[in-house]
Write a protein of this length. Structure first.
Length: 523
């Protein structure tokens, strides 16, 4: 019975550790937000810098899985190239060693101080309050590690358990166990943290602990491999590189472990410190070797998975340069209006098709493109902010404001398309079947709306064309017709799908108005 209580206390402490680690990572990501992602995207052109950045970021957020998934999402968004992402991936393994070092040198004793400081910062209203939760969870992570250590301490008197954990085991099995356990908890820091604690207490031999942390490196790639399935080829290659890097790294050092593993227990340094240092040396050595051969490695992955094409062509992301003249900025922004409008038109087409056909693949494709425009919108707004601070001429200011208004209307068009997409999601999640008569009305609406998109696009290229008015009148007449049919459908209590048509009509009206407003200010 006593052993059951000990195991329950230990499991509770482990759960608290995982909870704290996950929330600490989320808090850091929340605080950094888009700036964090942009920073990663802008400083990784040199692989060595990417290695350092990947290590530092992971050391801060305490999750190599989170760092790798962020890198993969940046590649998928077209912000980061596949090759430039490799430095971050390699560096992430170095950053994750910080947990083992802090535990080994018993710096976790300061955990209560961080918890108290974080708590006080959260309840005392000041501009520093936003950091309160992050500091609290940082302390909570290491407090739970201390809790694990104290709750399992009675097991040191269990001779049978100690003998089982300290007797030499097959390193292959230990690597597999470390891999599977890490894949389940989705954090190599959990595995290495527990391994160091068990070694610190004399419950786990160094010979058995080293292959566990090697296996953790492979297991931590599970999150990235799961994340890659709905992404482009370039993002998939980044995820696969993460797995191959960790897997090959373990294979490189496995012969040393098989030949000299039995001598690890002869190390005179404190076992926990030795384990933390081995973990550090192993990850640093593997990262350095791979960064030296990053070129051949990236080419090998290209050959393995193919060059491939992105599932949709990305827009030219605006990047600020103080050396550019306003004329160059203006020309680039004007040139970007047409491609953005075309991109939005295709988004609308996909959303409409997803409603009409109910094909999941079309809805997923539309969702990815909408998320991309969300990202593009934030980048563009940030770009405008930087350009605005550099403009001093009154005439240039007026031109910039006009361009900002044009892009703003395009992003409003995007918002209406997003509303339609959300309607489609709501219908699917509510298991509402849209009947053929409503589908026919939606098809007629979408057809006339696409005609208006085409007319606005031609007007943008040649303002002399005058086909917008008749096309918009045709669309407005169609909206009026659908509204009349809608009243009849809403009167029928069995027509649950009528509410979906209500939303489609509302957002189609808004979309028409925004397209017309955009065409007017683009003359």
């Amino acid at each position: 019975m006593e052993n059951i209580h000990i195991m329950m206390a230990g499991m509770t402490a482990v759960i608290l550790f995982v909870f704290g680690l996950e929330n600490f990572s989320k808090e850091i990501e929340r605080l950094s937000g888009e700036r964090f992602r942009k920073f990663l995207g802008s400083v990784t052109k040199v692989p060595v810098i990417g290695l350092v950045i990947g290590a530092l970021v992971t050391a801060i957020i305490q999750s190599s899985s989170a760092t790798s998934v962020i890198a993969i999402s940046l590649v998928n968004a077209g912000v980061l190239s596949f090759k430039n992402s490799l430095g971050i991936i390699f560096g992430a393994n170095i950053g994750t060693t910080i947990t083992a070092q802090l535990i080994a040198f018993k710096l976790t004793a300061f955990a209560p101080i961080f918890i108290i400081i974080g708590f006080l910062m959260s309840i005392i209203k000041s501009r520093y309050s936003i950091f309160g939760k992050a500091i609290f969870y940082f302390g909570f992570v290491f407090f739970s590690l201390n809790l694990i250590s104290s709750s399992l301490q009675p097991l040191q008197s269990n001779e049978a358990l100690i003998q089982a954990l300290t007797q030499p085991q097959n390193p292959i099995f230990a690597i597999l166990f470390g891999c599977l356990f890490t894949a389940v908890v989705q954090s190599s820091s959990v595995t290495t943290g527990l391994a160091v604690i068990f070694t610190q207490q004399g419950m786990l031999s160094l010979e058995n602990a080293v292959p566990l942390i090697m296996g953790a490196n492979i297991g931590t790639t599970a999150t990235a491999l799961i994340a890659m399935f709905s992404m482009d080829v370039a993002a998939k290659k980044t995820a696969m590189s993460h797995f191959l890097f960790n897997f090959i790294g373990v294979l490189m050092f496995l012969p040393l472990l098989l030949l000299f593993g039995h001598k690890l227990n002869e190390v005179t340094v404190a076992p926990a410190v030795a384990l933390a240092n081995i973990h550090l040396v192993f990850n640093v050595a593997a990262s350095v070797i791979f960064i030296i051969f990053v070129g051949p490695f990236s080419r090998a992955v290209d050959r393995m998975m193919g060059e491939g094409k992105m599932d949709f062509r990305r827009l030219d992301m605006p990047k600020y340069s103080a050396e550019e003249t306003f004329a160059e900025v203006s020309a680039r922004l004007h040139a970007g209006l047409g491609p953005l409008l075309s991109f939005l038109q295709e988004n609308y087409n996909l959303v409409s098709l997803s409603i009409e056909t109910n094909y999941r693949s079309i809805a997923e494709a539309a969702g990815k493109r909408i998320k991309y425009i969300d990202f593009f919108k934030k980048e563009t707004i940030s770009y405008f902010s930087r350009v605005a601070t550099a403009v001093t001429d009154e005439d240039e200011s007026r031109q910039l404001i006009a361009l900002i208004n044009q892009y703003d209307y395009l992003f409003q068009i995007h918002d209406s398309i997003t509303d339609l997409y959300d309607t489609k999601k709501l219908v699917s999640e509510s298991y509402v079947e849209i009947r053929s008569d409503i589908l026919l009305l939606i098809r007629e609406l979408s057809g006339d709306t696409l005609k208006l998109f085409n007319a606005v696009h031609r007007h943008l290229q040649d303002p002399a064309t005058d086909e917008i008015k008749p096309v918009s009148q045709e669309l407005q007449a169609q909206i009026g017709k659908v509204n009349k049919d809608l009243l009849r459908l809403l009167a029928d209590p069995e027509r649950r799908d009528a509410s979906a048509l209500t939303n489609v009509v509302t957002y189609s009206q808004r979309l028409k108005d925004k397209l017309l407003n955009f065409s007017k200010i683009s003359e």
